[in-house]
Design a protein around this ligand. Structure first.
Ligand code: FES
Length: 151
C-alpha cells in the first residue's frame, strides 16, 4: 500500500479532524474510491474513531468503498426520469459496456450506477457523467455521448 497520497492529503488539511470530509473528497477524487485500509489509517492519523470515518464514507453517495472506473456514469432513475425512459437508458449503457451496475468495466474506464433524482427533472431522462449533466437522453444520444469518454 502506497501511503504517499494519503499523507499528502492529510498534510494539506493540517491533520484537522474537522476537515475529514474534505480529505475523503480528495482521496475519492484521486483514487476513484476509498480503500478501507486507508480509511483506518486516516482515522488513526487525525485522531477520530474509524466508525466515524465509515459512517461518513457510507452516508454520502459520492463516496464509494469499491473501486470505480475512470468515469462514473450515473443514470437517474427518479420518478420523472423513470417514466421518461431512464430504465431504457440504463439497459442500453449496461449492454454497450457489457457490465452490471456498480462494477468497473473490463477496460477500467466506466462504472455505471443508478441514482435518484439529480434535481433537473425538466430534462428527464438525465445521465450524469463525472460532473457533466446530459438531459433529454435517448438510447442513440447515450451511445454518442459515451464515445466522447471512450478514448
Ligand atoms: S427524477 Fe431524474 S432528475 Fe429528477
Amino acid at each position: 500500500m502506497n501511503l504517499e497520497l494519503l499523507d499528502a492529503i492529510i498534510r494539506t488539511h493540517h491533520y484537522k479532524a474537522s476537515d475529514v470530509i474534505a480529505m475523503l473528497q480528495d482521496l475519492q477524487k484521486k483514487k476513484k474510491y476509498l480503500p478501507e485500509s486507508e480509511l483506518r489509517i486516516l482515522a488513526e492519523r487525525v485522531g477520530i474513531p474509524t466508525s466515524r470515518i465509515y459512517s461518513l464514507a457510507t452516508f454520502y453517495k459520492s463516496f464509494s468503498l469499491k473501486p470505480r472506473g475512470k468515469h462514473l456514469v450515473n443514470v437517474c432513475l427518479g420518478t420523472a426520469c423513470h417514466v421518461r425512459g431512464g430504465g431504457l437508458i440504463m439497459d442500453k449503457l449496461l449492454r454497450d459496456l457489457n457490465t452490471i451496475p456498480g462494477n468497473v468495466t473490463h477496460d477500467g474506464k466506466f462504472t455505471i450506477e443508478p441514482v435518484r433524482c439529480v434535481g433537473c427533472c425538466g430534462l428527464a431522462p438525465v445521465v450524469v457523467i463525472d460532473e457533466s449533466f446530459y438531459g433529454k437522453m435517448t438510447q442513440m444520444k447515450t451511445t454518442k455521448i459515451l464515445k466522447k469518454y471512450n478514448k
